[in-house]
Ligand binder design. Structure first.
Ligand SMILES: Nc1ncnc2c1ncn2[C@@H]1O[C@H](COP(=O)(O)OP(=O)(O)OP(=O)(O)O)[C@@H](O)[C@H]1O
Ligand SMILES: [Mg+2]
Length: 170
């Protein structure tokens, strides 16, 4: 059984960075979840307005469709997607038994510093507060693992990898 890893967390937690490296390590397909946002969502975030559930639903459905395609193709995959709320994660997992979540957590100060240092990305640091307020931690009945993300990227990727069930690490 192939695995689809959803690397999740608030802006600045390192989803894109970690997911890309993890996909390379696993030889899996990588999807930048932000690439599936409707243009209006990107403009809304760029202007400093948080997305609401209605904005996020079509985006999450597109990501769920990508997960389904990977499953049908018998391919593993890694996707970066904030998946902040439990119900968003339930939508991604619905009918997709291969999904495992990797939640990246870091101190707000660390996240803020990373976002301020980053350039060329639409997400403003001003949205961090609403992201943190929206995040539901992973619950015990959800498949996945939670990681302290204030460590070097390669250490984090190794930790995410080690938390996958043994048969799914290759
Ligand atoms: N473990 C890490 N240690 C130090 N810097 C990191 C780490 N992970 C990511 N970064 C840096 O922090 C910034 C944010 O990382 P990244 O863009 O991967 O976050 P993200 O969760 O995808 O954010 P967004 O939701 O806004 O897309 C980048 O400049 C990245 O290089
Ligand atoms: Mg990203």
């Amino acid at each position: 059984m192939k695995t689809i890893v959803v690397v999740m967390g608030v802006s600045g937690s390192g989803k894109t960075t970690v997911a890309a490296m993890l996909a390379g390590t696993l030889g899996a397909n990588f999807l930048e979840g932000d690439d599936l946002h409707p243009r209006a969502n990107v403009e809304k975030m760029r202007s400093g307005t948080p997305l609401d559930d209605a904005d996020r639903l079509p985006w999450l459905r597109r990501i769920a469709d990508w997960i389904g395609e990977r499953e049908r193709a018998g391919r593993s995959g890694v996707v970066s997607c904030s998946a902040l709320r439990r119900r968003y994660r339930d939508l991604l997992r619905d009918g997709h038994s291969s999904v495992r979540f990797a939640l990246l957590l870091a101190d707000p100060d660390v996240l803020d510093a990373r976002l301020r240092a980053r350039s060329g990305h639409f997400m403003p640091a001003s949205l961090l507060g609403s992201q943190l307020a929206t995040l539901d931690p992973l619950e015990a009945d959800e498949p996945g693992s939670t990681h302290a993300a204030g460590v070097p990227v390669d250490v984090l990727v190794s930790a995410v990898l080690a938390a996958l069930p043994p048969a799914r690490q290759a």
